[in-house]
Every structure is written in structure tokens, then in C-alpha cells.
Design a protein around this ligand. Structure first.
Ligand code: ADP
Ligand code: MG
Length: 504
């Protein structure tokens, strides 16, 4: 007989943890650092606080590979009563709103908690206070995997005498640091490129410490929460919105629930869909909903609002310069664009020389970022790699495999078209592809002009050096031919060479 059963989201992710980046102790170690750090950065930025984040990795038991991580931030913290859910209930998040975040699934931090729990059976410890809070909360938590509910082991409150705000998270897990160390360090290094306004301190149990000091006090704009763009809505979403708008007439529903719809557009939509403007939306029948949906898919709305996005702008260039001290840097930010109703902005940079290394054999120096997160794994499948490999770089006289050239691509969006839950690479969305290509080409022209000028100057320098060697002979001939004094001709020739050298 077939036996049917139902499992909770926690149970599902417990059974399939490899899809979220917890496939083995090495990847798990990397993913835990990453998820905790990303949550901290999200929280600081949303509150408008210049991030100050400390990460400590200790070894509790070498044989068992039992590690302990502690991450402390100065962000918004979490209200006392929400803490158990934020870390103990999978698919519970404050980020299911239309605004650029690093987290999107309500999963990352909790998968880390879940992994810690199933490998060590220890609860996670959370200390937190929101700005202005009278108390500091302390929790020890586990996840009830079968019920997908938090299991509070301990809870308490102490007076917040110093007006502290932020969050400290501490947990134990089985992790392979030896195999993940390089990736973690690379991840932190690349994070520092994207967030030069943050101070990040990392210390491991082998005596390594990385300090990324703040290079600028300017935070990128705090993204605002926005309404859905009509193009980004599918039929299911439209029905849900209707359900949560009881008693609303169609015109009010369209104007209140969506961006880019004013009274005039609402009128046009109602006419095109053949539904009265004042019809109560909860009374729409299936046919009418389908018609409304079809019109929303085809109506020429203005592009989505981009106040929900927070591109890096100047900070990107600061981060790259600090990390690689390039001889030359070209940066470009594209106008906002959209795919399927989701707004996005692409910004790219090409750096040349300085500490940019020559790429390893058949590799390219590509640094990918999405919503300020560096993407380290799976670069081969990423849209940016595809764009770069398909551009004919001969046109720009650039050899991407042999020149000290590095590419930087940052995409920010309310919905990054990630290919996996592990958020490692971006799908080949045609609109995104196009924006990356246009931006890189613009930078390529600028870098190419710089490199060409440099090559010409170097060529001229060699020519003049060569000339200088033969100056005596040339002056001698010229003196015989013209009858002028040898010293006069030689001095003039020397001056000419020097002028050319200086002006080059
Ligand atoms: P996601 O980041 O995708 O929302 P997580 O499981 O990582 O999912 O986090 C769940 C929620 O917990 C977040 O939405 C956020 O509200 C809260 N949270 C997690 N870490 C922090 C932190 N360091 N500071 C403040 N809030 C946090
Ligand atoms: Mg998260």
C-alpha cells in the first residue's frame, strides 16, 4: 500500500540541504559565514548605520571538526518577540517586500541554524536589541524540524544601559575549515569591495585576522519599499491581491495596489478589459480576472520605479581602487531597466594594471556581485561570463586571458534572476545580458583608449632612447652637410629628444 505523508518546510530543507549550499562540511562552513554576514549587512544598511561587523571562528574540538562561529553587528536588531521566528521558523522573513535585500527566501540564516543543530545538537544563541530598546534580549533556540516552529531553550532580558543596538549570533557546527578557508577569505575580500563603507573584522582559530577598514562614510541610498509593477504580477498574485482588497472598486484597486497606474491609466485598463471602473474587485468573475490579467501583461506601462534599488555607485569604484590599486579604472552605471516587471540596474567596471594579476591559464578575472553580495561559485554558468566570452575583445585590442585586466559586474534588483537557492550565479535573462554587455562595452572603449595611448607612449620612448644613442653621428653628418657648429646641432637635437620625452 502506498503511504502518503506531509512534511514541513523545515523538514523539506533538512532533507534537501544541498540545494541551499550545505552539501558538505566545507561548503557549510563557507555558507554559514556568508549567511550571517549578509544578514548583518542587510540589517545595518536598512537602519542607515555604517556597518561594523565582527566575525570570530573558533575550534571547539579538532577531531570532530566542531567549530563555533560568533557574528556581531550594529544593525537594527530584532524585536524580542520576533527573535524565535526569525531564527527558528523556515520561510519566515522581514524581506518578503519589494525592496533590494541580500536575503530573499527567508531561509539562509535559518538553514545555518538548522545545520548547526543537526550536526551538534546545540541551540543557537542570539543577543539583540533594536534602536532605542530598553532591554537587550537573550535567547537560546532550536528549530522543531517536524513542526517548523521555534523551540526556545532559554530566554531572558537585561537592561540596555548603553543604548546598544544590533545582533550577536553564536552557534556551533561541524565544518571543514581547511577546505573552506580560501573561499571564506576570498568572499570577505570581495565583500569589502562591494561595501567599502563597512568595517569588517574576521578572526579565525589559526591566528589569521582580516581587517577591512571603512574607506568611506557614505552609505548608498537606503532602498524604499515599493508597490508591485503590473508587469511583474502573475495570475495567482493578482488573485491574492484581489482577495486582500475587499470592497475596493477596480479603479481604486489598480491605483492603490500597483505602481505606475494613475486614474487615467486605470480608466484605460478598465475599458480595454471591458470591466466597469467601479466594479468591486472581489466580485470579479474568473473571466474578468483573466481579461484584466491579459491587459496588464500587454499595456505599455512606464518602467518600474527604482527607488527600491540601491546601486553602489561611487562606493564600487572606491572598493575596487582600495582592493587592487589599479593603474586605470573605468566605471559605468546603466540607466534602470526591467525584466518581467522587476526593476534592475547594472553597474560595471574594468580595472587595468596595478595589483590586478594576469589571469590564470584560460581564466578571466571576473568579479560578480548581486545586490552587493559577491558570487564566488559557479562563475562558468553566469550571465556575465557569457557576455565577456562573447564580446570580440580584438576590437578593443584587449586580451582578456593575458592582460592585467579585471571585470567587475554588479546587478541590483528586487528580484535577482538567480539560478539556484544557493544564490551563486545569475541566469541568462536577455534584458540583463544586454545591459551588462552595453555597460562593459562602454568601459572597454575607455580602457582601450588608455591602453593604446600607453602603448604609443612606450613606443615613442623606445624610439627616442634609440635616437639618443645615435645623436652624435647624426649631429656629425648634419654638421658636415650644413656647415653649422657640431655642438650647436647636438644641443638642439638633444633638446628635441628631451622635449619629446617630457611631453610623452
Ligand atoms: P532572509 O535573510 O532571507 O530574510 P534569514 O533566515 O537569513 O532569511 O533571516 C530571517 C530574518 O531574520 C530576516 O528577514 C531578518 O528580519 C532577521 N535577521 C536575521 N539576521 C539579522 C540580523 N543580524 N539583524 C537583524 N535582523 C536579522
Ligand atoms: Mg538571510
Amino acid at each position: 500500500m502506498i503511504r502518503f505523508e506531509e512534511i514541513s518546510p523545515s523538514d523539506f530543507f533538512y532533507r534537501n540541504r544541498e540545494i541551499t549550499g550545505f552539501e558538505n562540511p566545507a561548503k557549510a562552513c563557507y555558507t554559514i559565514v556568508r549567511e550571517y554576514l549578509e544578514n548583518s549587512l542587510d540589517s545595518c544598511e536598512l537602519g542607515g548605520f555604517l556597518p561594523n561587523i565582527e566575525i570570530y571562528l573558533k575550534c571547539e574540538n579538532e577531531e570532530e571538526k566542531r567549530l563555533r562561529i560568533k557574528v556581531a553587528d550594529n544593525g537594527m536588531g530584532i524585536p524580542h518577540e520576533k527573535i524565535p521566528y526569525a531564527f527558528g521558523k523556515i520561510l519566515y522573513s522581514s524581506k518578503y517586500v519589494l525592496r533590494q535585500h541580500r536575503g530573499i527566501f527567508g531561509l539562509g540564516g535559518k538553514m545555518a541554524v538548522l545545520y548547526c543543530q543537526i550536526t551538534t545538537n546545540k541551540p543557537v544563541r542570539v543577543i539583540s536589541a533594536t534602536p532605542g530598546s530598553e532591554f537587550i534580549s537573550y535567547f537560546e533556540l532550536k528549530i522543531d524540524i517536524v513542526r517548523n516552529e521555534p523551540n526556545v531553550v532559554k530566554r531572558s532580558k537585561v537592561l540596555n544601559q548603553d543604548n546598544w543596538h544590533g545582533l550577536v549570533l553564536e552557534s556551533e557546527f561541524i565544518g571543514d575549515y581547511l577546505l573552506s578557508k580560501k573561499k571564506i577569505m576570498e568572499y570577505l575580500f570581495q565583500t569589502s569591495i562591494a561595501v567599502p563603507y563597512a568595517r569588517i573584522y574576521y578572526q579565525d582559530f589559526e591566528g589569521n585576522a582580516l581587517i577591512f577598514d571603512r574607506k568611506t562614510d557614505k552609505l548608498p541610498p537606503i532602498p524604499e519599499e515599493t508597490l508591485l509593477h503590473p508587469r511583474g504580477v502573475d495570475l495567482e498574485m493578482l488573485k491574492r491581491l484581489i482577495k486582500t482588497s475587499p470592497g475596493m472598486p477596480l479603479n481604486k484597486f489598480l491605483v492603490k495596489r500597483f505602481q505606475r497606474i494613475g486614474n487615467k491609466t486605470a480608466e484605460e485598463i478598465s475599458k480595454l478589459a471591458n470591466i466597469e471602473l467601479d466594479k468591486i474587485v472581489s466580485k470579479l468573475n474568473e473571466d474578468e480576472i483573466s481579461r484584466l490579467y491579459q491587459i496588464m501583461k500587454t499595456y505599455p506601462f512606464n518602467k518600474p520605479n527604482v527607488s527600491s534599488l540601491s546601486p553602489l555607485g561611487e562606493a564600487f569604484a572606491i572598493g575596487i581602487k582600495e582592493a587592487f590599486k589599479p593603474e586605470f579604472l573605468a566605471y559605468d552605471i546603466r540607466e534602470p531597466s526591467s525584466y518581467e516587471g522587476h526593476p534592475f540596474i547594472v553597474e560595471t567596471a574594468i580595472a587595468y594594471g596595478g595589483e590586478i594579476p594576469i589571469p590564470e591559464q584560460n581564466e578571466i578575472n571576473l568579479y560578480r556581485f548581486a545586490n552587493k553580495i559577491p558570487l564566488i561559485y559557479d562563475s562558468y554558468n553566469d550571465v556575465s561570463t557569457k557576455v565577456i566570452k562573447e564580446i570580440n575583445w580584438n576590437v578593443y585590442k584587449i586580451n582578456i586571458y593575458q592582460d592585467p585586466i579585471a571585470f567587475f559586474v554588479h546587478i541590483c534588483s528586487t528580484k535577482i534572476p538567480y539560478k539556484t537557492l544557493g544564490k551563486e550565479y545569475i541566469a541568462n535573462q536577455p534584458e540583463v545580458y544586454r545591459e551588462i554587455e552595453l555597460s562593459l562595452r562602454k568601459n572597454a572603449r575607455v580602457v582601450s583608449a588608455y591602453i593604446n595611448k600607453k602603448r604609443i607612449i612606450e613606443y615613442q620612448k623606445i624610439r627616442y632612447r634609440y635616437l639618443k644613442e645615435y645623436i652624435e653621428k647624426i649631429a656629425n653628418f648634419a654638421c658636415i652637410l650644413s656647415g653649422e657648429k657640431f655642438s650647436y646641432i647636438k644641443n638642439n637635437l638633444l633638446k628635441l629628444v628631451e622635449i619629446n620625452e617630457v611631453s610623452s
